[in-house]
Design a binder for this molecule. Sequence first.
Ligand SMILES: Cc1cn([C@H]2C[C@H](O)[C@@H](COP(=O)(O)OP(=O)(O)O[C@H]3O[C@H](C)C(=O)[C@H](O)[C@H]3O)O2)c(=O)[nH]c1=O
Length: 182
Amino acid sequence: MNIIETPIKDLVIIEPKVWADERGYFFESYNQQLFKNLGIDADFVQDNQSFSHKNALRGLHAQATPYAQGKLVRVIQGRVLDVAVDIRKKSPTYGQHFSIELSGENKKMFYVPPGFLHGFVTLEDQTIFSYKCTALYHKNAEVGVIWNDEDLGINWGIDANDALISPKDAVLPKFSEIESPF
Ligand SMILES: Cc1cn([C@H]2C[C@H](O)[C@@H](COP(=O)(O)OP(=O)(O)O[C@H]3O[C@H](C)C(=O)[C@H](O)[C@H]3O)O2)c(=O)[nH]c1=O
């Protein structure tokens, strides 16, 4: 298992060791001791899974302190562009984002610590997205920013007219309109 740092501190990519043979493949998608050895000393308490059609765009979401969530995200089937935005007020990369393509094919995982907005857009039909969270869901603690915020300048790689957005996400505020809870 390899861990790859990104230009944003604490935001890391994990490449699991994949065992392939004539039957298919096997890999450990999570191993607490191995992750702690790699510096990800997080206790996960909730697993989530979503299924999406192509061009579904979920985000940008976070949960405010004290319910802030770290997320270990991966794609079981299909392909996404995954995006994390640093909104830790004291961070030198505040307001900056990092994007990565996650797929059933590349089997890459992405650890998004507490203090980040998170979202993804699906690049293939029948995409299954799975992630572990370090805090339970608290609906009333949800915070979000509109996906196409001009200040964040995220290139989602799809035509905005094709994006499938939930009614909730379609009315999220601009980045300049929120006070980061981190
Ligand atoms: C997140 C969540 C949702 N729900 C229920 C509440 C909603 O009625 C329904 C759909 O939720 P939502 O539309 O917020 O699902 P997503 O748009 O995929 O939200 C996720 O999208 C981005 C990518 C994230 O990083 C977050 O984990 C999460 O906000 O599931 C639950 O019961 N538990 C949960 O933990």
